[in-house]
Design a protein around this ligand. Structure first.
Ligand code: AVJ
Length: 339
């Protein structure tokens, strides 16, 4: 397993925290959520009744794994036709996380190609261990994990099939609505960069949470980020706990509260941490003053229309050919080819 540990995680945390907390308005980048405890809290979020995203996307994989593979390997082939392929392919995944949904697709894919190569990429080595152990339950599957930040660091996508010199077609997965964390220009840059790693015949499967509609009230989306059990609040506040630990900061977690807001102009959920009182926090010898009700903007989760997704993909050099929706059109898996 490749373990190219970044120079210093704490250095990156310090730079991010000081830049964000001395800016106006104050911000912290969402990647700071994911220390061990934050990653555990996120896993708990995915099981919450209000957090429909993971469950809905998993159901799409359960229903459509074969359809997704057919559309990738033989574009436009009718669903009734018995489906075989002579093409060799691999599956790569950006931000694999625990890869629990991917298992459904990998199972279907190993029925077509028993020694399938799976290339999970993640910033977190522990997340990749989870991806590897999941894959250990799929006999024959070859796993080639890579520790990399796909936004800022170089990465590679293997185009050779397992144990041979045969060129394989790559199906890249970018699921979980991770794309929603990024501003539109950043999302475009991430997809363009991915496109540059791909060759004709390769494809992208993009999973994204959809914008409000007649089937999907804003209240449903908002509840997913403000659950009754308070797990999302804990997840949000955990970033302060992390800064206390990693940077010796002195945030009082009881003096901040979780806020989730719908921003209709930007079509996104925003998470903030609101200061309940006027206060001064210290980080690495710096004073950070807060007015009462002042917030730290900790996350954006953009929600897309199908048109917006298709246009983003097209502008990034992909040709979207098919979108899989759940019955309530809450979530979309879009398959986009490279021509
Ligand atoms: C992992 C970025 C897809 O935006 O829904 C969950 C993170 N934040 N609850 C999302 C998250 C609050 C999640 N993503």
């Amino acid at each position: 397993m490749t373990t190219a540990t970044p120079l210093s995680v704490n250095e990156a945390v310090l730079n991010e925290a000081l830049a964000g907390l001395t800016a106006a308005p104050k911000t912290l980048s969402p990647w700071l959520f994911y220390d061990q405890r934050g990653s555990d809290l996120f896993e708990q979020i995915t099981d919450l009744p209000e957090y429909y995203l993971t469950r809905t996307e998993r159901a799409l994989f359960a229903t459509h794994a074969d359809d997704i593979l057919r559309e990738f390997l033989t574009p436009g082939a009718p669903a009734t036709q018995t489906f075989t392929t002579h093409d060799t392919f691999t599956i790569a995944e950006l931000g694999a996380g625990s890869a629990s949904k991917t298992g459904l697709l990998l199972q279907a894919a190993t029925r077509l190609q028993p020694d399938l190569l799976y290339q999970p990429l993640d910033v977190s080595a522990s997340a990749l261990e989870a991806a590897e152990s999941l894959a250990a339950n799929i006999p024959g599957l070859q796993v080639q994990p890579q520790v990399a930040n796909y936004v800022t660091e170089p990465y590679t996508l293997q185009h050779l099939a397992t144990g041979s010199n045969t060129r394989a077609r790559v199906l890249a997965l970018y699921i979980g609505s991770s794309i929603g964390n990024f501003a539109p220009e950043e999302a475009h840059a991430i997809l363009r960069r991915l496109r540059a790693h791909l060759q004709p015949g390769d494809a992208l499967l993009l999973g994204a949470d959809l914008a409000p509609s007649s089937h999907k009230p804003v209240a449903t989306i908002l509840a997913a980020y403000d659950d009754a059990a308070g797990v999302t609040a804990d997840f949000n506040l955990n970033v302060l706990r992390r800064l206390n630990r990693d940077l010796d900061a002195d945030f009082n977690l009881d003096a901040f509260t979780h806020r989730a807001r719908w921003n209709g102009n930007e079509s996104r959920i925003e998470m903030h941490l609101e200061s309940l009182i006027p206060q001064v926090v210290h980080i690495a010898g710096q004073r950070i003053p807060f007015a009462q009700f002042e917030t730290i903007h900790t996350e954006n989760s953009h929600k897309f229309t199908d048109e917006a997704l298709n246009s983003l993909l097209t502008r990034s050099g992909f040709t979207p050919t098919r979108t899989f929706h759940d019955p309530t059109r809450s979530f979309a898996l879009t398959l986009a080819h490279t021509l």
